[in-house]
Design a protein. Structure first.
Length: 559
């Protein structure tokens, strides 16, 4: 992985030689295999945007103009469909360099990789940059830290609504960090599983379940074949000459034949899951459409296994439909208005089937870009589901009380329309509320124009404090949720799994607002340790975490 170290370490001292001949260094920098390996490592492990499907804005610091040109040339050979736009050289020899930098600074515009020769080393402020690649020796400490500073700018909503930039990656292939004795403490981050990969895996899960259950319904058989067609299409779109795909050439070529998808063995499913699902494949989808695909696939998986998450995904789809209903002036939305209105009724969901959800996905996926940001948050939410073994022939779910769901939807919509109300704002920000705050909220919630009469609220929700209910509907501000655990995380070094556990707690609070401590002993937290928070942190630290969560819950109640 670090070819420079292997070739140029001093055998006597074990350290990097202070001087490396230009001939030897150039031979390494301009080696085709070396550049391909660097690009492959970057494309596989760099921070991604658009749900993990596209490499985030990246600066590659090249040695000189010829080196930069060589890097771009190798990238274009491996990604011909991105050639000439995704990865561009930026130096003083480029006639329209400033225009190129301006494009690079735009979040959703090419290029995404800028191969820089001096121009982007200092003085450029592009918050979207999340990957820095040191592909040259730097011996000026001042300049080195200025170069590192290109990644330190904060950027809101970079990874999706409410998902701000919190970190950036440094790929140092020339031991600059070692040279300056500046290797920061940290941990190896796990490779991101992109939205595209999750979509592929969900379809594979459903396919595997169908093969076990052998559905007899004609519509289900058609749907099962559509799933295979979709996965086969992804494999067919893979560039066999790409350096990442080349390692799996045998499997890609085998599954490039649709006949080999007819009846998959367990071994083949395992190969597809582990070897093919995460490989790069060209498509023209936008991020919102892909995320909606994943939402519907999660809904289909939950329906198939009768999982309690079904209602959560169902509610998200209803919220999206309600938002799209307000966009009837847009011709594409108006064309699907009958379905959009039908989705919001309980009757539509009473006899819902997997093929019906597939039809819903197909008709609405390209309309999600018209939804408001708060509706897209439902699309961007991704709860992990795993298919359980058992009978997969029955597809009906048990409906909960429709009256309760209608009131819940009305109250939630009303609250979202009053986000600026001081009480709701305090609840969202985890601030302690008072009797006066609750009284002010009750005055609008239980008024004649409000979504629910007081007597109905008391009948349905009993003694549930209003602040607690509202918080559970609007969730918690992400920065407020992170602040809860900031001191705990700074107090003692945590290993990666512990950090991931707390990140999961934060995500739960962001989406649910409140959290019963017992949740930390259930799925998904027992995926980290079978004893939940106690097994992960030990009893003393676990008690501290539980106390912090309880404080969050108490802040939703009157002091």
């Amino acid at each position: 992985e670090y070819e420079l170290q292997e070739q140029f370490d001093d055998e006597e001292t074990g350290t990097l030689k202070q001087e490396i001949g230009s001939e030897a260094l150039n031979k390494w920098l301009f080696n085709t295999d070396t550049v391909n390996k660097v690009l492959m490592h970057l494309m596989e492990n760099g921070l991604k945007v658009e749900g993990g499907d596209k490499l985030g804005k990246t600066i590659i610091f090249a040695k000189n103009r010829k080196h930069a040109e060589f890097i771009v040339e190798q990238f274009d050979k491996n990604y011909p469909h991105l050639a000439g736009k995704f990865c561009r050289k930026v130096d003083y020899s480029v006639k329209y360099a400033q225009s190129l930098i301006d494009d690079f600074s735009i979040k959703e515009k090419d290029p995404y990789i800028a191969v820089s020769v001096d121009m982007l080393d200092t003085g450029i402020d592009i918050p979207e940059v999340v990957n820095l690649v040191f592909f040259k020796l730097v011996r000026s400490k001042t300049k080195f830290w200025q170069m590192v500073g290109r990644g330190t700018r904060l950027c809101q909503n970079l990874f999706g609504p409410g998902q701000d930039k919190q970190e950036f990656y440094i790929f140092d292939y020339c031991q600059n960090l070692d040279f300056f004795d500046a290797n920061p403490e940290g941990y190896d981050a796990k490779a991101q599983e992109s939205v595209k990969q999750k979509i592929f895996k969900r379809r594979l899960d459903l396919t595997a379940a169908f093969q076990q259950g052998q559905p007899e319904d004609k519509a289900l058989k058609v749907f099962a074949e559509q799933l295979k067609d979709q996965m086969h299409g992804v494999v067919r779109a893979m560039n066999i000459d790409n350096f990442i795909i080349r390692k799996h050439r045998e499997h890609v070529e085998f599954f490039n034949d649709r006949a080999n998808w007819v009846q998959l063995t367990d071994a083949q499913i395992n190969i597809i899951n582990e070897r093919l699902s995460g490989l790069p494949s060209r498509d023209d989808d936008n991020e919102d459409a892909r995320r909606f695909d994943l939402l519907i696939l999660n809904l289909q998986v939950a329906l198939l296994q009768h999982h309690r998450t079904f209602e959560r995904y169902q509610f998200a789809v209803k919220e999206i439909a309600r938002n799209l209903e307000e966009k009837s002036a847009i011709p594409q939305v108006a064309a699907q208005m009958e379905l959009i209105l039908e989705i919001q009724t309980d009757e539509y969901w009473k006899d819902i089937t997997l093929p019906m959800l597939e039809e819903l996905r197909r008709k609405l996926r390209d309309l999600i870009r018209f939804a408001e940001a708060y509706a897209k948050e439902d699309v961007y939410t991704d709860f992990e589901d795993t298919l359980i073994e058992g009978d997969t022939k029955e597809y009906q779910i048990i409906e909960s009380d429709p009256k309760l769901k209608d009131y819940y939807s009305s109250v939630k919509r009303f609250i979202r329309e009053h986000q600026d109300h001081i009480t709701i704002r305090r609840l969202k920000n985890n601030e302690q509320i008072s009797e006066q705050d609750i009284k002010a909220l009750e005055d609008i919630l239980f008024s004649e124009e409000g979504p629910i009469p007081r007597e109905e609220y008391e009948k349905i929700y009993g003694e549930t404090p209003l602040g607690y209910l509202v918080r559970s509907m609007i969730g918690l501000n992400r920065s407020a949720a992170k602040k809860v655990f900031a001191e705990f995380m700074e107090k003692a070094p945590l290993h990666p799994e512990q950090i991931s556990f707390l990140d999961e707690v934060i995500e739960y609070l962001v989406h649910n607002g409140v959290m019963e401590p017992r949740i930390m002993f259930e799925i998904p937290f027992i995926h980290f340790h079978d004893k939940g928070v106690v097994g992960m942190f030990g009893e003393r630290s676990a008690e501290e975490i539980v106390d912090l969560v309880e404080c969050v819950n108490e802040n939703a109640k009157v002091a």
